[in-house]
Design a protein. Structure first.
Length: 147
């Protein structure tokens, strides 16, 4: 997941062909320069049979900011500065979400590890917290925790 020599996946690609449809995943997001920018988890439902990590990746790929903290981060940290620089803005419903989606599709990729066990939700939560704190030797640029 942190080995940049391993393949990464584009948010343009259908996650149904990439992500397992059961269990939990821990995923890392990388920019075009292979800088680690975000750590996330998915597949957190209580019942193992109901854990489906695909929907989180679909939400991120959509670029819609409503209810998706990842998309809000990308919008605020990367998209807005670009819009300010170019002076481009369209006052059209959904336009900012489309610009955010384009940025995600054109500039970001992800890698993941999956877990299929009764405690997979707990495993990914613990690992995500350790990585956010830098306990594993790397910290994500936009959602790391300074302790």
């Amino acid at each position: 997941m942190f080995d940049t020599r391993k393949p990464s996946f584009s948010f343009k690609d259908n996650p149904r062909h990439i992500i397992p449809n059961k269990g939990s995943i821990l995923y890392s997001v990388w920019d075009g320069d292979e800088q680690f920018i975000y750590i996330g988890i998915s597949g957190l439902q209580k019942s193992l049979n109901r854990r489906n990590p695909i929907s989180r990746m679909q939400s991120h790929a959509s670029g819609r900011r409503s209810g998706d903290q990842f998309c809000i981060y990308i919008h605020d940290i990367f998209v807005i500065p670009g819009l300010i620089k170019t002076g481009k803005y369209e006052n059209v419903r959904g336009w900012l979400d489309k610009v955010t989606q384009k940025y995600i599709h054109d500039n970001l990729r992800y890698r993941f590890v999956s877990f299929l066990s009764d405690d997979s939700d707990g495993i990914v939560r613990r690992l995500e917290n350790k990585i956010k704190k830098g306990d594993m030797g790397f910290t994500p640029k936009i959602n790391g925790i300074d302790v």
